[in-house]
Design a protein around this ligand. Structure first.
Ligand code: NAD
Length: 260
């Protein structure tokens, strides 16, 4: 049983991270919630979770672009919760633009948040997991960790990078009861993709809903967006004992996107 273990989920104030937090909390897993929201909002969110699910919670809003803030955050999380048994590297941002004009600042931010932050959190979490001979690391990559799309140079570089990071961690942890996997989702219904939908709606003078359908079906054969909770359910399975031999894998959950 996973009850009483502690999961740290980066970017759990929104979208996939928040939905996954609910899925894990339903199992009695204690939570370190994290994301860009004020201390007050975060404290309220943490309190809601602990009251609803009767679990221990902690909130932190460390900016993942700041490596020393990550270090302080991870130390605080480990000290307060005892250990980090499950690490979900989920926080991420997007910017779409052709490589010719792609701003350096956006490149740096995407590489820092979507890739480098996971290196730092993993480095901090591993000693505790090794001491317990048990751990689960789940990195939320993307189909863009496996294949590319135009106008996503930094995102594809970061997501391909985290797939590589995941494989190395899996190899190094293979004898320690720790698994590391990357989930590679297609379209998931979250605020992250709103800018891309709005851009299509403006360009084609269509509604937000029509633009959304157009965006999905351009690449993904299954014509629906996934619900964020579906990713959470997949994470929960990867945390289970049944999944102990799944490690070093990059697992598409993509409505047949990468089957083509
Ligand atoms: P979202 O925008 O709903 O949530 C992003 C989270 O990351 C938020 O909690 C936000 O506060 C946090 N975050 C962003 N920048 C941060 C920073 N500098 N420091 C700390 N926290 C920061 O997005 P989402 O769609 O739920 O995305 C979650 C992950 O899933 C991302 O890695 C994304 O690339 C990946 N993903 C999303 C989709 C999709 O279609 N939505 C598809 C594949 C992969």
């Amino acid at each position: 049983t996973l009850k009483g273990k502690t999961a740290l989920i980066t970017g759990s104030t929104s979208g996939i991270g928040l939905a996954s937090a609910h899925v894990l909390a339903e199992q009695g897993i204690n939570l370190v919630l994290h994301g860009l929201m004020s201390d007050d909002e975060g404290a309220n969110l943490a309190q809601e979770f602990s009251e609803k699910y009767q679990i221990k919670t902690l909130f932190d809003n460390a900016n993942l672009m700041d490596t020393s803030a990550i270090s302080v955050f991870m130390d605080k999380a480990t000290k307060t919760m005892g250990s980090i048994d499950i690490l979900i590297n989920n926080a991420g941002i997007q910017h779409t633009e052709a490589v010719d004009t792609f701003p350096e600042s956006k490149w740096n931010a995407i590489i820092a948040i979507n890739l480098t932050a996971a290196f730092h959190t993993t480095q901090h979490a591993l000693s505790g997991m090794k001491a317990n001979s048990w751990g689960r690391i789940v990195n939320i990559a993307s189909v863009h960790g496996l294949v590319a799309s135009k106008n996503k140079v930094a995102y594809c570089a970061a997501k391909h990078g985290i797939v590589g990071l995941t494989k190395v961690v899996a190899l190094e942890c293979a004898e320690h009861g720790i698994t590391a996997n990357a989930i590679c989702p297609g379209w998931v219904d979250t605020p992250l993709i709103n800018d891309q939908i709005t851009e299509i709606a403006n360009k084609e003078s269509t509604s937000f809903e029509q633009a959304k359908y157009q965006l999905i079906t351009a690449k993904q054969p299954v014509p629906d967006m996934m619900a964020p909770r579906q990713i959470g359910e997949f994470i929960l399975f990867l945390c289970s004992d049944s999944a102990r031999s799944i490690t070093g894998s990059s697992l598409p959950m993509d409505g047949a996107w990468t089957a083509q």
